[in-house]
Design a protein around this ligand. Structure first.
Ligand SMILES: *Cc1c(COP(=O)(O)O)cnc(C)c1O
Length: 391
């Protein structure tokens, strides 16, 4: 009981550890900000900053200079407003728009709704007239997603209603920005330009992370990256231009040898082809490690003892089994890499039949979360220019 910190560390020994590199996150924002030249670079921090923790993420982005944030829900906006206290300093847009009768909550927390339909626009206009204040709002224009946003035929009516509030942003969203050859990209840019011409002049925004890397990317006035900030690859099929932000390690609970023909895991879906050495790790689908990683044709791997080790048998709720036969000696208590320098978010996603966005946003609530700064990243490739020891 003499040293509280060390007993805390002992406890952490038994946990999976999620490491979030806020230095790399800030660096990613600066890189994208430089890329968009004269345009403003916002940050999309919906879904608890893609699972990484909205409070530390937003604070790091604020410190880096970011002044415009996007969340999905009113509630997310209210939580973020607690972090971003000065409303004049930073704008928070709520992408999913105005739920019925929620206008006053937006105003109370200084949140800006992204109005995505005529009924939303009418309700905001009516609220502003009753309130006697032309509160700000963004207008979402549909250019092909058919999810949220005004159709071309709604623009005339919308235009008439905008006189009752302050339209501060017109935006639309790409269907296939990560596919640079998709014809929809050019088509959406044209439709967006046509729609904006029918609205009063206001700043415009189209690009998400991948949109920023399109040829002749339409940076316009403001860009809205999310995934790339968190280290996801916005250019699938090419090298990742972003720095890695997320690391995840888990722990070996047991090591055992099985003979050829013995099965492992639920429903005996895997059988040892020869004598194998297995390790059980304390990570499962309840931690957001996708169960599909043990069901698909490729299959997930972890990195341990300098080798990639395949998952064998079904991933269970709290546990997974890995084959460590080809690895150096691994013992109870050793850590294995789930995400990190050897396994990217995008790789784990591909092995699990999903996308990196889903890997991030499902990251478990039971991890010990450690927020670090750049140079402290353990096992980071050494040759980088920012390899100075932390101050
Ligand atoms: C989530 C979202 C973004 C961010 O997209 P990324 O691909 O993560 O960069 C931008 N705009 C809208 C409307 C979104 O819903």
């Amino acid at each position: 009981m003499t040293d509280g910190a060390s007993s805390d560390e002992d406890r952490a020994m038994g946990e999976s550890i999620l490491t979030v590199d806020l230095g790399a996150l800030a660096e990613n924002w600066r890189r994208l900000s430089a890329r968009v030249r004269g345009a403003e670079c916002a940050a999309v921090v919906k879904a608890n900053a893609y699972g990484l923790g909205v409070a530390p993420v937003a604070q790091a982005l604020l410190d880096a200079g970011c002044r415009t944030f996007f969340v999905a829900h009113l509630r997310e906006g209210e939580i973020l407003r607690q972090v971003v206290r000065d409303g004049a300093q930073a704008r928070i847009f709520v992408l999913n728009g105005l739920a019925p009768s929620s206008a006053r909550f937006f105003v109370e927390s200084q949140l800006i709704p992204v109005l995505g339909s005529l009924p939303e626009i009418a309700e905001w206009a009516e609220f502003c007239v009753a309130d006697g204040v032309p509160h700000p709002a963004a207008i979402h224009i549909d250019t092909g997603m058919n999810r949220l946003g005004l159709a071309a035929r709604d623009l005339k009516l919308a235009r008439a209603l905008t006189s009752s509030f302050t339209p501060v942003l017109a935006m639309s969203h790409f269907v296939s920005a990560e596919d640079i050859s998709a014809p929809s990209n050019r088509l959406q840019i044209e439709r967006f330009e046509q729609a904006c011409a029918q609205l009063p002049p206001m700043p415009a925004s189209l690009c998400n992370s991948s949109g920023l890397f399109l040829e002749d990317a339409p940076f316009l006035d403001l860009c809205r990256p999310g995934y790339a900030l968190y280290g996801g690859n916005p250019t699938p099929g090419s090298d990742n231009p972003m720095r890695r932000v997320v690391g995840l390690s888990s722990l070996v609970l047991q090591v055992r040898d099985v003979a050829a023909g013995e099965a492992a895991g639920y429903n005996a879906r895997w059988t040892a082809p020869s004598r194998r050495r297995l390790a059980t790790i304390n990570l499962g689908y309840a931690d957001g490690y996708p169960r599909s990683g043990s069901e698909g044709p490729i299959g997930a791997e972890v990195f341990a003892g300098g080798h990639y080790c395949p998952i064998v048998g079904r991933i269970s709720m709290d546990l997974s089994i890995i084959d460590i036969s080809e690895t150096g000696p691994l013992r109870r208590g050793d850590r294995v890499e789930i995400l990190g320098p050897n396994i990217s978010i995008d790789e784990l996603a591909a092995e699990s039949g999903t996308i990196g966005y889903e890997i991030l946003t499902r990251l478990g609530a039971r991890y010990r979360r450690e927020y670090i700064h750049g140079a402290e990243t353990p096992a980071e490739a050494p040759a980088s220019e920012d390899a100075n020891p932390p101050a």
